[in-house]
Design a protein around this ligand. Structure first.
Ligand code: UDP
Ligand code: MG
Length: 329
């Protein structure tokens, strides 16, 4: 494995959704942390308010290392990251949140691992400040269930704050699936993976843009992208209850013969409700998969670019080729 890497360009990719309260400080901290390195900062704006856009325009005007991709609306955090990765040109690429929960000061340390041959360097949260108990608990449950069901070893406490080598990134970007669970996909590509511990800060300002509903969607995307086990659950339950039914037949016959048979209305009601419930859940699980198949089959582009700032035409064309669709005007 060649390990004498030399950095020509580092791309830092960050999605921003109404981050007017943090974006300038974010820019300053990225610049300070990467002072002596050749880097570009790719900010993906997902249909933010005019105020955020104006701030981004100003940053792009004053610093040509800042490249902005303006999407036509909010296509979600994972897709925003993908749009940024499509645009990144670096031989190493870091993705992180624009709210300064992921400290840019960690990037040089991640880069050291890249220089010594690592392809994917992921940041593992040793502690998480400023998160609700509820968020921490649900995250823990999610990873526990994921471990049981999925055929993928997902490191716990590692989110999307990662550095990718160009080779691993190209592999990642060749996956154009719609249900994107990037932290799983970066593990799926393989190569050499290294963990770097860090303390996750509280949000610098503003509030979380990830509602509970969005978190739930992301976890369903993760689960369905890497596991068929929920589908097989219905089969297992089907066998279990059919088995019980077969056991019940001789019991009923014996009871009838002994004349001890009582019409059990409530038993029947309970059984019908139970089985009806299980069947509906099973259909719902199938629905989660069918819905995702439908989304894939439609083959829509992942996102629509409204405009790009500081991006030369040739780079824009290259990004669009990767995205394989919508042409920006
Ligand atoms: N974000 C986005 N689209 C969304 C939600 C969030 O681009 O629909 C961005 C947001 O601007 C931030 C990052 O994704 O840079 C992480 O979001 P947030 O901090 O709100 O999530 P949390 O850290 O609370 O999970
Ligand atoms: Mg955050």
């Amino acid at each position: 494995m060649p390990v004498d890497r030399e950095l020509e360009l580092l791309s830092v990719v960050a999605p921003a959704y109404n981050e007017e309260a943090t974006i300038e400080v974010f820019y300053e901290r990225v610049c300070a942390a990467l002072e002596h390195l050749p880097f570009e900062l790719v900010v993906v704006d997902v249909g933010s308010t005019a105020r955020t856009r104006a701030l981004l325009e100003r940053l792009a005007e004053s610093d040509e290392r800042v490249r902005v991709v303006l999407l036509s609306r909010n296509f979600g955090h994972q897709v925003a990251l993908t749009a940024g990765l499509d645009q990144a040109r670096g031989d190493a690429v870091v993705m992180l949140d624009a709210d300064l929960q992921d400290p840019p000061e960690l990037i040089p340390r991640m880069l050291e691992h890249w220089l010594s041959g690592s392809h994917v360097v992921y940041a593992v949260r040793e502690s998480r400040r400023g998160e609700t108990k509820f968020k921490l608990a649900t995250a823990r449950w999610f990873y526990r269930i994921f471990d049981r069901l999925a055929q993928l070893e997902l490191p716990h406490q590692a989110a999307d704050f990662r550095l990718l080598d160009r080779q691993a990134l190209d592999a990642l970007l060749s996956m154009r699936e719609r249900s994107r669970f990037l932290r799983g996909m970066t593990v799926w590509v393989g190569y050499t993976q290294t963990a770097v511990p860090y303390e996750r800060d509280a949000r610098y300002a503003g509030e979380t843009k990830y509602s509970f509903g969005r978190m739930l969607r992301l976890s369903f995307d993760g689960m369905t992208s890497f596991s068929h086990a929920p589908l097989q659950l219905a089969t297992a339950l089907g066998f279990l209850f059919s088995g019980l039914a077969f056991l019940a037949i001789p019991i009923v016959i014996v009871l009838k013969a002994l004349d001890a048979y009582l019409p059990g209305f409530s038993t029947i009601t309970v059984v019908i409700l139970l089985l009806g419930g299980i069947q509906l859940i099973a259909i719902g699980i199938i629905g989660e998969y069918v819905g995702r198949i439908y989304d894939e089959v439609k083959g829509r582009p992942l996102y629509v670019v409204q405009a790009r700032l500081n991006v030369p035409e040739s780079d824009a064309a290259e990004a669009e080729q990767r995205a394989g669709g919508a042409r920006a005007s």
